[in-house]
Design a binder for this molecule. Structure first.
Ligand code: HEC
Ligand code: HEC
Ligand code: HEC
Ligand code: HEC
Ligand code: HEC
Ligand code: HEC
Length: 340
């Protein structure tokens, strides 16, 4: 439907061109307002405004559409984050209506509505309410939090909780950890937080879309959303140097031996060390399997389930501590202390 509309729009514009001198306005049916035909060239001009974004986006995981086919298999619950139309419907009506006949990856029109708005503003920058009721409110990063958040609220964890292999936050709980929310917090332990959510401009966007690297084959930064290119090994650590003078990589030297292995290593290596210790304890408690999935069962006490949840949260976040070093370190250390 959308595509047909756009093609009709293009034909209509072209026919207007042929009758040059006539009314140079076209009606945008979606918005009901006028989008001047001449304004097409503010974006579709010879200066190539959209080119870099397009080149980068093609190298993004969003563009890959790897998991878009889950959309119709898993019903409403997967569609709102994995499919273009699902997300649009969800934003507009808070509901989705699969199966969709045209599943498509996350692309330009998922995040922008240029032909409705006449500009490249984002479809939403509203604060996002996480599953546990906490608010994520960090500028353009709010768009990302709509999809990159835990699907499970920590408040649901109780004694005698039934867990399946798929129990947990789901992939992508970055919104929660960045803003120090939704971890299982043990009584008597004080949880601290790092400040990236507020000191980095637009949070997620300030890092992942920082420093578009057109000269580097569009592989990192900008609309690739990638922090790292595994082929060339290039990264965006120059961006960290603005605030951390010694950051020659993401894994720059820590100020303490957090994982107690006798060496002061990089911050990420320290977090991986703590994650390994927690993994070992969860394995021997019989709640985690060797593929990092929960073992289906009823877990008698809340705290053990909480420690398992914290492991999954940090593991699925995949920043190895960078999103919120203090909170992530505290979740791991308190879980380890409890199980030990
Ligand atoms: C709240 C948004 C949201 C919902 C709902 C959701 N996902 Fe995801 N999913 C994500 C995000 C974000 C990622 C990528 C996270 C990352 O790479 O860290 C992802 C990643 C995945 C991956 C890739 C994992 C990998 O290791 O590459 C699979 C598979 C997946 N989701 C399946 C599903 C299925 C099946 C459902 C429905 C039952 C579902 N998702 C519902 C947001 C969601
Ligand atoms: C996942 C969401 C997402 C997708 C997909 C996306 N964008 Fe963006 N786009 C953003 C965000 C967020 C910003 C603002 C970046 C910032 O704050 O640094 C932006 C900014 C831009 C800008 C700069 C706007 C300005 O006013 O300076 C352009 C141009 C742009 N996008 C074009 C595109 C094009 C072309 C595509 C498709 C190839 C695309 N975008 C796909 C999220 C997205
Ligand atoms: C505010 C920026 C902006 C304006 C103004 C704009 N477009 Fe676009 N247009 C985009 C973006 C972003 C895309 C997606 C990236 C691409 O395909 O280049 C796009 C894509 C298209 C496409 C390809 C559609 C598709 O499904 O891939 C057509 C056709 C098009 N625009 C026509 C127009 C016409 C006609 C006008 C003027 C009435 C117009 N555009 C005005 C930003 C704009
Ligand atoms: C419409 C939902 C949605 C929005 C909005 C969104 N993402 Fe994603 N993102 C996903 C899904 C789903 C995946 C996994 C796609 C797959 O594996 O098929 C993903 C993947 C990613 C990845 C790649 C992870 C990997 O496997 O390497 C990064 C990085 C990322 N997103 C960052 C962002 C940032 C930054 C923003 C905001 C500018 C954003 N995303 C906005 C849904 C979304
Ligand atoms: C302070 C900068 C910073 C901020 C802010 C930030 N990230 Fe990250 N993110 C990183 C770094 C660094 C990595 C780890 C890259 C590595 O070690 O390979 C990462 C990893 C990820 C990954 C795993 C895939 C990958 O590229 O390695 C996803 C997905 C992701 N971040 C999404 C987000 C989302 C969504 C937000 C906002 C809620 C966000 N990030 C905020 C810096 C940041
Ligand atoms: C705009 C400034 C800014 C940028 C950019 C930034 N950080 Fe930070 N970072 C901070 C601040 C402020 C803290 C909190 C320091 C504190 O509370 O002790 C922090 C904390 C950290 C910590 C925890 C250890 C510590 O020093 O407290 C790590 C690790 C870290 N940042 C890594 C990174 C990485 C990797 C990047 C680049 C992807 C990055 N940061 C980008 C400002 C920034």
């Amino acid at each position: 439907m959308k595509k047909l509309g756009l093609i009709a729009l293009l034909f209509f514009s072209l026919s207007l061109l042929m009758f040059a001198g006539c009314e140079r306005k076209i009606v945008n049916e979606d918005a009901g307002d006028d989008l001047a035909f001449t304004s097409c060239f503010t974006c579709h001009g010879d200066d190539g405004l959209l080119l870099a974004a397009k080149g980068e986006w093609q190298n993004s995981v969003h563009a890959s559409g790897n998991n878009v086919d889950y959309t119709n298999r898993g019903g409403t619950d997967c569609t709102k984050c994995h499919d273009h139309q699902g997300f649009i419907d969800y934003l507009e009506t808070s509901e989705v209506d699969p199966p969709y006949s045209n599943v498509s990856a996350i692309h330009c029109f998922t995040c922008h509505a240029p032909h409705t708005n006449g500009n490249l503003s984002l479809r939403t920058t509203a604060a996002y309410t996480l599953e546990n009721g906490d608010t994520f409110d960090h500028g353009n990063g709010n768009l990302c939090a709509n999809c990159h958040h835990s699907r499970y609220s920590v408040d649901n964890i109780t004694d005698n909780i039934e867990v399946s292999t798929y129990w947990g936050p789901h992939h992508g709980p970055q919104g929660d950890l960045l803003t120090a929310s939704n971890g299982y917090e043990f009584d008597g332990y004080t949880y601290t937080t790092s400040t990236h959510a507020s000191v980095v401009r637009d949070a997620c966007a300030g890092c992942h879309m920082g420093q578009p690297q057109a000269h580097d084959g569009y592989k990192i930064g900008g609309h690739s959303f990638n922090m790292y290119d595994s082929e060339s090994g290039s990264d965006l650590s120059a961006l960290c140097e603005e605030c951390h003078a010694s950051a020659d990589s993401y894994d720059f030297t820590a100020d303490a031996d957090y994982d107690h292995d006798g060496n002061v290593e990089g911050y990420q290596t320290e977090i991986l060390g703590l994650t390994d210790s927690l993994r070992t304890l969860l394995l021997s408690a019989g709640v985690l399997d060797s593929t990092d999935h929960p073992v289906s069962q009823t877990i008698a006490n809340e705290e053990t389930a909480g420690a398992l949840f914290n492991f999954l949260l940090v593991h699925e976040d995949r920043s190895h501590g960078i999103h919120n070093f203090n909170y992530i370190k505290d979740l791991l250390q308190s879980s380890i202390e409890y199980l030990d």
